[in-house]
Design a protein around this ligand. Structure first.
Ligand code: NAG
Ligand code: NAG
Ligand code: NAG
Ligand code: NAG
Length: 367
């Protein structure tokens, strides 16, 4: 469908939805500058424990400027923090001092800190570690998983030493060693394990778990987190995205070394094989989310063109035109049920204002 109606009308709900989805899907991009006016040289930073723990934004947990609403619980599983993806139950572990352990830190560039999820609930296992730059407050999560089918998770059979920082000329507390789990046949690795000792991590499932292949999907590098010329650390996202895609973000990170071959096998994200919608917000929960996160738009008292609801626009004479039959537009039913459904944009239909001049002016001005 195409539409030639006022752009403001179209843009308004779109912007709200865009804003809300940005907020929900990511960090809402609120940068809160920490008060880092400490006069610390690199030397004092890496030896003084007080400065180590207080001088960087990442050492303060991000807090929303006001309390978040309490999501009313109803039949939906929305906001519960756990989902059964089909044989694999996952929980979202928000990274904080009580849920994770700081493993390694570099001060090079914007700096980077790596966290290991700890204190997981019984039978939940780590799929990978979490990494974030030091120049923003601590805010992030990783998924941890519980096997509810009997063969969804397996311990690694070995590790690939994907890289270490021993010979890198960077400001760091000490070297870090990055390990990719080597998985049994038909299982995939979802994230990396990081140590500060050259000893390989143990092969127990408590270290890190591999996931059965059909419960995983291809992933790709997403946002750049930290890097040098030799190395890039990126967050990961499902390679296949969209309304019908089943890939699930895991919050883990990957590490690319452009001039290093052969590259290790790829890391995977998870697959929501059940593809159930039980964790989607209900109508009441959605309204609450909108109330909380959507921006207020203030219009000038003399504004001529106001927004309207879609229903109001449809009920007040909006017309549906068809290519080749432009002289016979039909009124749109208030619920939109006579609009073309499904398919892709073939350019054969569009919406317009009522033909009558007065009605047109009225609808243009919104409600
Ligand atoms: C920071 O410390 C150095 C060395 O102690 C000193 O010379 C400099 O003036 C200080 N800078 C500020 C902004 O306090
Ligand atoms: C650390 O990296 C260097 C250079 O890539 C490599 O030669 C060395 O074997 C690595 N050490 C360990 C313990 O993996
Ligand atoms: C992901 O799950 C869906 C639904 O069960 C399945 O059709 C698809 O093949 C799975 N993807 C992979 C890569 O196995
Ligand atoms: C043109 O549209 C009118 C109204 O919807 C419809 O009755 C008529 O059959 C259409 N004509 C063609 C050729 O599609």
């Amino acid at each position: 469908m195409q539409s030639s109606i006022g752009k403001g009308f179209q843009l308004f709900p779109f912007l709200i939805i865009l804003f809300v989805s940005l907020c929900l899907s990511h960090v809402c991009w609120i940068q809160v500058r920490a008060n880092s006016v400490l006069n610390s040289t690199d030397e004092s930073r890496s030896t003084d424990p007080f400065l180590l723990s207080t001088s960087l934004p990442v050492d303060t947990a991000f807090k929303f400027p006001s309390a978040l609403p309490v999501i009313p619980s109803d039949k939906s599983d929305f906001g519960k923090g756990r989902i059964d993806l089909g044989g694999l139950e996952v929980i979202q572990v928000s990274i904080s001092t009580s849920t994770s352990k700081q493993v390694w830190r570099t001060y090079e560039g914007m700096g980077l800190t790596i966290y290991q999820p700890i204190n997981l609930p019984p039978s939940f296992f780590t799929l990978g570690f979490y990494a974030q730059p030091n120049n923003r407050q601590l805010f992030g999560w990783v998924l941890a998983a519980r096997d509810v089918s009997g063969d969804s998770l397996r311990p690694p059979v070995g590790y690939i030493a994907v890289m270490n920082t021993t010979s890198m000329i960077i400001k760091q507390d000490g070297p870090a060693y990055f390990w990719q789990p080597l998985c049994p046949k038909e299982y995939q690795a979802v994230g990396l394990y990081v140590t500060t000792s050259p000893l390989e991590p143990s092969l127990s499932q408590e270290s890190i778990s591999c996931v059965r292949s059909d419960l995983t999907e291809k992933s790709e590098a997403d946002t750049w987190v930290w890097g040098t010329e030799e190395l890039t650390i990126s967050s990961m996202r499902p390679a296949n995205r969209g309304t019908e895609a089943t890939g699930v973000y895991t919050g883990t990170f990957s590490c690319q070394r452009p001039n290093f071959s052969p590259p290790p096998p790829p890391l995977f994200c998870l697959n929501n094989t059940r593809f159930g919608l039980s964790s989607m917000p209900s109508k009441d929960q959605t309204s609450l989310l909108f109330k909380t996160y959507s921006p207020w738009v203030y219009l000038h008292p003399d504004e001529d063109f106001l927004p309207s609801s879609v229903e109001w626009f449809f009920s007040n004479g909006a017309l549906l035109f068809q290519k080749g039959n432009e002289s016979n537009p039909v009124p749109i039913k208030p619920d939109g049920s006579n609009l073309p459904q499904g398919g892709s944009d073939d350019g054969l239909f569009w919406l317009d204002y009522p033909a009558d001049k007065d009605a047109k002016e009225r609808v243009k001005r919104g409600d």
